[in-house]
Design a binder for this molecule. Structure first.
Ligand code: DAH
Length: 345
């Protein structure tokens, strides 16, 4: 039989090899690939082959050797998996089978960090429905009937009754909490909100907010500022400062917009803060007495503050995300960059 024919026969034989135990597989390895194994012997004979045949034959021989190695490894591994390892512990030299590991979405990470920061100063978490009625989303929050926020342009109305819509903000949850519980109330409400906006780098029709609410006797604006200052430092580091600018929201009086010294450039000016040194991070204010009344809380006895922030915005500042759409594209190259440890410096 020529060398070529013998190789063909061996290849055939290889396919029907079997081993019940690791020991048997090891015997096969010795018989095939050991010092006097059939493949080793073939390679010895190969030295005598005429040089013009070496090239072609060499390739066939190598293929045989590689498949013998693979087949015997396979037999060895399956014997171990079937619990036939001679030491009874499996083969600890086998390479580990790696599984791809997922990572948390940056929005999930940041939402959880916000909950943690407020949780440590006594805030509970409350939730409300995403399909909301006009009362909770607008009326109880003191939006006049002709307020532009109710406009078709901003709100997604749903076909579930005259005044049902996808909530446009999580402030609706403060109404629900005040209606169903008595002060002292100290709660945050994370959740999805929806607005009828064209999708761009800076706007999306669905995003996440966290609403905060504190109602008790004698709650002051100074406490609001102190709380938000604590929040900004806990999220972005002890060096950041906040400032409050007078603003307007129907449900708070007075109202303010909260700016933070730019966490990217440290306040010296960059394109994220449009060279102002400040970035807007949320809205806030003292709960309007009319809102307290609407929710069954006596404004003569209690006062409160509220604030609301966008989770995408906070995440954008923490992680320097240049385009809001990245959050929803589910591109693993984007998603893989975040993990819970990375930002707990
Ligand atoms: N609801 C506001 C919005 O969606 C955010 C907000 C501003 C919430 C001021 C508040 C607040 O509780 O006091 O833009």
């Amino acid at each position: 039989m020529s060398l070529k024919e013998r190789i063909a026969t061996l290849e055939e034989e290889l396919r029907s090899l079997a081993a019940e135990t690791r020991d048997e597989a090891e015997q096969l390895r010795v018989r095939w690939l050991g010092r006097n194994g059939v493949v080793t012997v073939l390679f010895e004979e190969f030295k005598q082959v005429a040089s013009e045949e070496k090239r072609e034959l060499g390739q066939v021989m190598n293929r045989l050797k590689v498949s013998a190695q693979a087949r015997i490894d396979e037999l060895k591994n399956s014997a171990v998996e079937a619990g036939n390892g001679t030491e009874g512990t499996g083969d600890i030299t086998r390479p580990a089978r790696t599984e791809p590991v997922g990572s948390l979405h940056p929005i999930s990470i940041v939402r959880q960090r916000i909950i943690d920061v407020f949780g440590r100063i006594g805030y509970t978490v409350s939730q409300g429905p995403e399909v909301e009625d006009d009362h909770h989303n607008f009326s109880a929050l003191n939006f006049p009937p002709d307020h532009p926020a109710r406009d078709m342009q901003d709100t997604f109305f749903v076909d579930l009754g005259a005044d049902m819509a996808l909530r446009t903000h999580t402030s609706s949850v403060q109404v629900r909490v005040m209606e169903s519980s008595k002060p002292p109330i100290r709660t945050i409400s994370p959740g999805r909100v929806y607005r009828n906006e064209a999708i761009s780098a800076r706007a999306h029709c669905m995003f996440h907010q966290v609403e905060g609410l504190y109602v008790d006797k004698g709650v002051s604006f100074a406490e609001l500022k102190g709380t938000l200052d604590h929040f900004a430092k806990a999220m972005f580091g002890a060096d950041v400062k906040i400032r409050l600018r007078p603003s307007y929201f129907p449900f708070t009086e007075p109202s303010a917009e909260v700016d933070m010294s730019c966490s990217i450039c440290g306040g010296s000016g960059c394109n994220v803060c449009k060279h102002s040194g400040w970035v807007e991070i949320m809205g806030c204010g003292m709960v309007d007495p009319a809102v307290l009344t609407n929710c069954g809380i006596d404004p003569e006895v209690y006062s409160g503050f509220a604030f609301g922030m966008g989770v995408e915005r906070i995440a954008q500042l923490l992680y320097r995300v240049p385009d809001l759409r990245l959050y929803w594209e589910n591109d693993v190259r984007f998603l893989e960059q975040f993990n819970d440890g990375a930002f707990r410096a």
